[in-house]
Ligand binder design. Structure first.
Ligand SMILES: NC(=O)c1ccc[n+]([C@@H]2O[C@H](COP(=O)([O-])OP(=O)(O)OC[C@H]3O[C@@H](n4cnc5c(N)ncnc54)[C@H](OP(=O)(O)O)[C@@H]3O)[C@@H](O)[C@H]2O)c1
Length: 339
């Protein structure tokens, strides 16, 4: 039985759910994958940090107001010192996304990989801003950099291509990748005003306090840029995605689509154009023949066209935090070569 040490940078919705999921799978991981684990470090911005090489009690960590109380060491000065002190084999990064630079997550992941630790993130910022650099750094240090949960939560998208579609060329991508805007549009179809629909998303906890990044299409732009960068091997920045949000859509537009048997969707798309890739995020009216029509609420959908298969569609119905956490757990098993 092999014991691995795990470190968490970011311990909010995703980090906490991941720790709880790992604990709930402890027996399965032992039986099926001949491995066990302990959490040797947790780092946050305002809730303190903890390092203990004998393992941090998960129940106490999940309940702690200030993680510093659980630390066996003096509190690390910063995340870089934390990475060194944690002695973790695997670092899980789940800090908030920065659409424009991917920082500070990029630097955290670089530090973890340079120190010979596997790095797993749910954060799309570093994927879109530093994919090649992080992948090269991982290879140089004999570890893995994985990020399955960065787009479509835990649904297998990146691993689908990496592991099951060798030697395929991806020609185009189309889908609904932002759940907040999709829920806003679904609520407007049910009669909500735009503002009421946004408030609903905040009430059920899927929209940020400031949901502008979703509404303006930035989140969708980062996601399509991440897919293009990794799966089409074409580095594309979110600022190079032709982007339009949904703020201008009014109830009258929703009714007009309905009368034509259609629905508005914030569609992300990308296709090859010569040596380049052109990507776009914009509201479009889609008809029943499209799988996007049927993606309501927080459901995501993506369609891939490759040179080897017909169109391949993945639908992820109503993902939750557990879905995101599962993607990171699956990445961990891949990184540790337990599968
Ligand atoms: N929520 C989802 O369902 C979901 C799905 C897919 C992907 N993601 C991605 O996963 C990431 C985390 O999301 P979340 O919902 O878990 O966010 P969250 O609840 O806001 O948690 C973020 C965590 O990161 C810590 N943090 C913030 N800035 C930091 C910094 N500069 N250095 C170190 N730690 C820092 C925070 O510390 P404090 O606790 O002290 O504030 C908190 O523990 C984001 O990139 C998000 O886009 C989330």
């Amino acid at each position: 039985l092999h014991t691995y040490r795990l470190g968490f940078i970011g311990f909010g919705n995703v980090g906490k759910t991941l720790l709880a999921l790992l604990e709930s799978r402890r027996a399965m991981l032992e039986q099926r994958y001949d491995m066990t684990f302990m959490t040797t470090g947790i780092s946050t911005l305002r809730h303190g940090s903890a390092v203990d090489h004998d393992g941090i009690d998960p129940v106490k960590a999940l309940a702690a107001g200030n993680l510093g109380e659980l630390s066996a060491f003096s509190i690390p000065q910063d995340v870089f010192e934390f990475i060194r002190l944690s002695q973790a084999d695997v670092i899980f990064e789940s800090t908030p996304v920065d659409y424009f630079s991917g920082q500070p997550a990029v630097d955290y992941l670089k530090a973890a990989l340079s120190a010979g630790k596997h790095a797993i993130t749910a954060n799309k910022g570093p994927v879109v801003h530093a994919y090649r650099e992080l992948k090269t750094l991982a290879a140089k240090n004999g570890v893995s950099f994985f990020f399955e949960s960065a787009v479509m939560d835990g649904a297998p998208i990146f691993s689908l291509f990496r592991e099951t579609l060798p030697a395929a060329r991806l020609d185009s991508i189309q889908g609904v990748l932002n759940s907040t805007t999709n829920m806003i549009l679904t609520r407007m179809e049910l009669g909500d005003s735009f503002d009421r629909a946004v408030a609903y998303c905040q009430e059920i906890g899927i929209a940020e306090t400031n949901p502008q990044g979703d509404i303006d299409g930035w989140d969708a732009a980062v996601k399509i840029a991440a897919l293009v960068t990794v799966l089409m091997e074409f580095p594309l920045l979110p600022s190079n995605v032709d982007r339009q949000g949904i703020a201008h859509l009014a109830p009258v537009d929703i009714e007009m689509a309905k009368s034509q048997g259609k629905r508005w969707k914030l569609v992300c798309s990308a296709h090859r154009s010569g040596e380049s890739v052109v990507a776009r995020v914009a509201p479009e009216m889609v008809g029943m023949e499209s799988p996007m029509f049927h993606a309501e609420g927080t459901t995501s959908v993506v369609r891939f066209e490759t040179d080897v298969l017909g169109p391949l569609t993945i639908i992820e119905k109503d993902p939750g935090r557990e879905t995101t956490a599962y993607g990171m757990l699956a990445d961990m098993l891949r990184a540790l070569s337990r599968i």
